[in-house]
Design a binder for this molecule. Structure first.
Ligand SMILES: [Zn+2]
Length: 138
């Protein structure tokens, strides 16, 4: 478990995203899925972006993904991440069809990462009550 001495940034609207964070704590990846049209969507929001219905359920997904794009961060903008540089700030495309921003970990940055590489989810227990969703090479 990583321990950060400086404040770790947290989500701005934990009420809307609380089921995501609760699942991450259990080391499960969940995303909203519309109860009417069955489309997954990300980011979390009140209405389905496909059909505008306000009836979605948090649904566990496979955690399998591909790397859509990334940049390598070499200067930490927040001191909480100083020990992590260089790190990969990435847009990951889940096999369920949605994209999310995350980090690529458990490999050499940047040498081991490339667009379209296969990934799988990992869970970083950053603090006692806060688990981050990240991805590693599959
Ligand atoms: Zn829908």
């Amino acid at each position: 478990m990583a321990e950060y001495e400086k404040p770790l940034p947290r989500a701005e609207d934990p009420a809307l995203t609380q089921p995501f964070w609760d699942a991450a704590r259990r080391h499960e990846l969940v995303i909203p899925r519309c109860s009417k049209c069955n489309e997954y969507f990300w980011y979390p929001r009140q209405a389905c972006p496909n059909c505008l219905q306000e009836d979605s359920k948090w649904t566990q997904v496979s955690g399998k993904a591909s790397l859509h794009t990334f940049t390598v961060v070499r200067q930490a903008q927040n001191p909480a991440f100083s020990d992590d540089i260089p790190y990969a700030f990435a847009m990951v495309r889940l096999d369920e069809g949605v994209s999310m921003i995350s980090n690529i970990v458990e490999c050499e940055i940047p040498g081991d990462i490339a667009v379209d590489m296969r990934l799988e989810v990992v869970f970083d227990d950053a603090t006692e009550d806060w688990t981050l969703v990240k991805f590693k090479p599959a």
